[in-house]
Write a protein that binds this ligand. Structure first.
Ligand code: AMP
Ligand code: MG
Length: 316
């Protein structure tokens, strides 16, 4: 793909991490591995750098970004972590859990990070390469998924290049992302209650005992607060049929468990493996010469909730 940049790929070793940090420091764009998916990072304290993320992704400017930091202390420089938030952060960071928190008025973050909201989404990732990169950066990193807006999320460097080659400075290649679906997002309300805005790898049953606002947010009913939850997202560019037992001759089949396919999310019926392979299978289906995609049923418990959430949006 042609573009303004020649996109480099660097292995995730000491030299690659140093190169990534220096590009980011200068306001550039680097695709970075995390435990969830590859992120498209820029320094969150620079308006021109953050603007480049929206431009490279073709992301609508009403869709805010997640800010990645080293630890809860660094998060507290940008957001207010009181009560419930501090307890959740102290217990479950680092990990695939994003907290939407009141944004500090003296945060010094690029306004576009929050897309006009009074809140900011913060995460402390656990991926060792992302942690090593954050340790080298004396600034926070805004990073949405490293794909063209609305398209399938990337879990390998090749997936990133498939939609952003020529549009970013560097891909830091650390192989496949272990969890494979985007972080769980929780909004922490002023009264200390919380609400799930997006299901993900973090198991919410861990939060039992903490006050909650009750039912999880209805994704269709909360487009203003969590615009990334738009009904159509993660789209492979072809019709997707869910809960299929068998493909038609026109369909590329994504199997699960005992239901076979051209590829399988997990032949063993393992939901963690299915999450890790979800976007890879969708990328394979998008690239195939079949005009349609069928997907076997996936059980809706544990990480299966997040898998089915992404599949529904891919099919919408
Ligand atoms: P992505 O980084 O592509 O996974 O998208 C980030 C997700 O975080 C989107 O669903 C956003 O809507 C959500 N998000 C980021 N910041 C906020 C915020 N301040 N309030 C609510 N949702 C947010
Ligand atoms: Mg995304």
């Amino acid at each position: 793909m042609s573009g303004k940049y020649v996109t480099e790929t660097a292995p995730a070793n000491r030299a690659g991490i140093a190169r990534a940090a220096s590009i980011l420091r200068a306001g550039g764009l680097v695709a970075v591995p995390t435990e969830t998916v590859y992120g498209l990072a820029a320094r969150a304290d620079s308006a021109p750098a953050v603007e480049k993320i929206y431009h490279a992704k073709g992301r609508p400017d009403f869709n805010p970004l997640i800010v990645h930091v080293r630890d809860a202390d660094q998060a507290a420089r940008y957001a207010t972590l009181s009560g419930t938030a501090a307890r959740i952060a102290g217990t479950w960071w680092p990990g695939p859990l994003t907290l939407v928190l009141p944004r500090r008025t003296d945060a010094g973050l690029a306004p576009a990070v929050s897309a006009g909201l009074p809140t900011v989404a913060m995460r402390v990732p656990s991926h060792p390469i992302m942690r090593a990169l954050l340790a080298e950066c004396d600034f926070p990193l805004a990073a949405p998924s490293a794909n063209r807006s609305g398209f399938i999320s990337p879990t390998t460097a090749a997936h990133v290049l498939a939609s952003l080659d020529g549009k970013i400075d560097l891909v830091l290649d650390a192989g496949a992302c272990p969890a494979g679906v985007e972080s769980t997002i929780l909004a922490i309300r002023e009264d200390g209650s919380w609400e799930e805005l997006r299901p993900g790898p973090f198991d919410l049953t861990a939060l039992r005992g903490l006050p909650a606002t009750g039912a999880p947010a209805d994704p269709a009913g909360a487009p203003v607060e969590a615009p990334g939850q738009l009904a159509s997202h993660y789209a492979p560019g072809k019709p997707v049929r869910l809960n299929s037992q068998e493909p038609t001759s026109e369909e590329f089949m994504i199997g699960f468990g005992s239901i076979p396919g051209d590829v399988s999310l997990s032949a063993a019926g393992d939901l963690a493996e299915a999450a890790a392979r979800l976007y890879s299978c969708l990328h394979d289906a998008a690239r195939s010469d079949k005009p349609r995609i069928a997907v076997a049923p996936v059980p809706g418990d544990g990480i299966g909730i997040a898998i089915n959430d992404r599949l529904r949006r891919a099919a919408a």
